[in-house]
Design a protein around this ligand. Structure first.
Ligand SMILES: Nc1ncnc2c1ncn2[C@@H]1O[C@H](COP(=O)(O)OP(=O)(O)OP(=O)(O)O)[C@@H](O)[C@H]1O
Length: 708
């Protein structure tokens, strides 16, 4: 039976197609399933047509609807076709006739290059040559290139290049896997690392494929070509094109997610948009497949919105509701709440917002203390709660690791007294801090026994040690106990955690993902520029900001736009104009996000967009909302989300960094540095939510985080 596989290039452009065209794709795909090969080739409606001047004899066009045609790769023999692109008639013919397919000698996967575009671009690329620089790949031999799957045609083109800019011009048109290898080599990766990180997983060791090997070759290309077998799956892909991750996992992701067993806690890290969440979800799917009777999995993340989004993604990835019901998708706070709500747990209301500081102020006034509320709050959080200290003696001898402010040992009893008073005051009002609740939950679980067989953690970088204690207690030590996904460069709250110090060792079981699937290279590079040279402490210690330099995306687009406005009102007016241009270009309002440092500015923006008749919604980190309206929210609320177009406003000195979010350096220099870094990461997180376009504006003096 013939079948029509889908190329990832087609899927990534799917959102630009109108509904009738998408329906045409479903109809065409059905015909491939329903007709025999001779019937298919003779079908008048589908009109499978060979192109007269095509560079590749395997290229055909098929009719999708009206003027729209699909460009298809047809096998010489065998029955698997691949849909590469859907375009208006003339463009489809022009594009199709310039493509060339081949089968990679190392991976034996199908690859397609835009041979016409590469030829046309060559003179412009040559002009970018920097005369005094050596060739880009002068230290990689032809033999190594071939071992990594780079073929002679590609080699001939790239041998003379001597700048990354030149390679990036060619990039969208080269065979994707070869291009990825070259990008990594060009950014300084040793041949051995490229081999082990990228190529080894893909290598195929079966016998030489013959002319009839095309069907198998498509099957060997799962990270770029999907064989969809059920109509519902195809429909879901067309409705949610960005859910491509359900079918296409990069071999490096596949390798992490579907490793049979990790003999202890495992960690996956990587820059924004590298698919950490996707890998975490696939890991849950893998673990579900081997779960014993009565065993359960916890999938946990940081905010309610992210938990809701994980629940939805899991629904798509694991359609069987009975299986899915064996997974609890909860924030760590919600888990703590559930545990504490059980008999014996007490009934305390957690403090919100700045309430903690008010309580500390009260203690300071009562006891006439020389410290600030921030100092006591941080001492309590980072030393007492983090280490689970419960007596004056334990505190007197505790290490104040990570604290930058001196505290003479003779003053510790006085601080402890203040802490005791703080705890009593809260208890008297039936209140607690979130961390106290997590600590209580950790104690209860330790006493009563484990809750889960596996715990999978996403957005791990922001968890506090006491939350880790709860997660550690929730699952028994052993194979596949904890699977942890996170990115230290996206830490926006003040929890600095070394997993090792918590008894969670991921040594030998830690992987870094390198390829970004979300944002264009231009957005990534621009955003990474804000962090480079500002060393962020990794979760598992060994990671450095070296990863930042290697952020890579196969997607290319416009350089982020910056705008200096003449006052706050003018800044909002400029935003309205920007949003209108996106809408006019066909971007759905629901695919636009507007981030601000403060909620009140977001409210003003919401009002103005509303008055302008643009559908708008408030983005909150506790309430999910998928309506098709422009999402306006604080930078914090954008954590973990993504939009086609993102505007970040109010990026001015005085707002980013926000002075009140910074501990005064004279109180604690180390804490000041950490706070400043968290503010930097916050802007980085907001900017890297953009898939295609990023717009950043301010009025007055620009933020010091923005480069000139
Ligand atoms: N192999 C893949 N093929 C296609 N798309 C992918 C793949 N892996 C991830 N994506 C897509 O890339 C985007 C980012 O993925 P994901 O949210 O998992 O990244 P992340 O590393 O968790 O990001 P962040 O840390 O910035 O929140 C998503 O739209 C996801 O669907």
């Amino acid at each position: 039976m013939p079948q029509l596989a889908l190329d990832i290039g087609f899927l990534t452009e799917l959102h630009t197609l109108q509904k009738p065209v998408k329906k045409g794709v479903v109809d065409a795909w059905r015909k491939f399933r329903e007709l025999s090969l001779p019937q298919l080739l003779a079908d008048k409606g589908l009109h499978v047509e060979k192109l007269r001047n095509a560079l590749d004899p395997h290229i055909r066009t098929i009719r999708i609807s009206g003027f729209w045609r699909g460009v298809v790769l047809a096998p010489e023999s065998g029955e698997t076709f691949v849909l590469l692109k859907v375009l208006p008639h003339d463009e489809a013919i022009a594009w199709g006739s310039k493509q060339k397919s081949s089968i990679n000698r190392v991976t034996r996967a199908v690859e397609v290059r835009d041979a016409g575009a590469l030829e046309e671009l060559a003179p412009a690329v040559a002009e970018l040559e920097i005369p005094e620089k050596p060739p880009l790949f002068s230290d990689v031999s032809d033999g190594d290139m071939r071992k990594l799957g780079v073929d002679d045609d590609t080699l001939r083109r790239v041998r003379t290049l001597n700048s990354l800019d030149q390679l990036e011009m060619f990039a969208p048109f080269l065979p994707a896997d070869q291009c990825e290898v070259l990008m990594f080599l060009a950014t300084g990766w040793p041949v051995e690392a490229v081999w082990s990180d990228l190529v080894a997983h893909r290598r195929d060791e079966t016998e030489e494929v013959g002319a009839d090997g095309f069907d198998e070759a498509v099957r060997r290309t799962p990270s770029r070509m999907a064989l969809v077998t059920a109509t519902e799956d195809l429909q879901a892909m067309l409705d949610m094109p960005f859910a491509a991750w359900r079918v296409y996992l990069h071999p490096s992701q596949q390798n992490v997610a579907y490793r049979s067993t990790y003999w202890g806690p495992a960690q996956v890290s990587g820059g924004p948009g590298t698919g950490k969440t996707v890998v975490a979800l696939h890991r849950v799917k893998h673990l579900l497949g081997r779960l014993g009777p009565d065993e359960r999995i916890l999938l946990t993340t940081f905010t309610n919105v992210l938990a809701a989004s994980l629940r939805e993604s899991l629904r798509q990835l694991v359609p069987d509701a009975r299986l899915r019901d064996r997974v609890d998708v909860l924030t760590v706070d919600a888990l703590a709440h559930q545990v504490v709500a059980r008999p014996g747990g007490g009934d305390f209301q957690p403090l919100r917002g700045g309430e903690e500081l008010d309580y500390w102020q009260r203690v300071i006034d009562e006891q006439d203390l020389p410290w600030t509320p921030q100092f006591l709050d941080q001492e309590y959080r980072h030393v007492v709660v983090a280490q689970g200290l419960s007596s004056a003696d334990a505190y007197a001898s505790a290490r104040r690791r990570g604290r930058g402010s001196g505290l003479h040992p003779s003053r510790r009893p006085q601080v402890w007294q203040a802490i005791e008073r703080f705890i009593d005051l809260l208890a008297a009002g039936k209140r607690c801090t979130y961390l106290q609740r997590a600590a209580l939950a950790a104690d209860l679980v330790t006493a009563t026994g484990h809750l889960y067989r596996h715990v999978v953690v996403d957005e791990a970088q922001d968890l506090h040690p006491v939350q880790w204690r709860l997660l550690r207690a929730a699952v028994p030590d052993g194979p596949d106990d904890l699977f942890i996904a996170g990115d230290p460069n996206q830490r926006i709250y003040d929890s600095k955690v070394s997993l090792k110090s918590l008894g969670i060792s991921v040594a030998g079981r830690s992987t870094t993902l390198r390829k970004n699937y979300r944002s264009t290279q231009q957005i990534l590079q621009w955003s990474a520029g804000m962090l480079l040279g500002h060393g962020v402490e990794g979760l598992a210690e060994a990671e450095e900001d070296e990863a930042l330099r290697h952020y890579r995306s196969a997607l290319h687009g416009a350089i982020p736009e910056t705008h200096e406005a003449n006052g706050p009102d003018a800044e909002i007016r400029a935003l309205v104009a920007r949003v209108r241009r996106w809408l006019d270009a066909g971007v759905d309002p629901g695919e636009i996000g507007v981030a601000t440092r403060f909620a009140r500015q977001g409210k003003a923006i919401e009002r103005v967009l509303g008055v302008e008749g643009i559908p708008v919604r408030q983005l909150r980190h506790d309430v999910p909302d998928a309506s098709r309206a422009v999402a306006v929210g604080t930078m914090h609320a954008f954590k973990g989300l993504e939009f086609r177009c993102v505007a970040v406003l109010d990026v001015r000195a005085g707002a980013v960094p926000y002075p009140k979010a910074l501990t005064p350096p004279e109180t604690d220099q180390r804490q000041y540095d950490a706070d400043l870094m968290a503010e930097r990461c916050l802007l980085f997180v907001a900017c890297t939510r953009a898939r295609e376009e990023l717009y950043v504006s301010w009025s007055g003096r620009r933020s010091a985080f923005l480069k000139r």
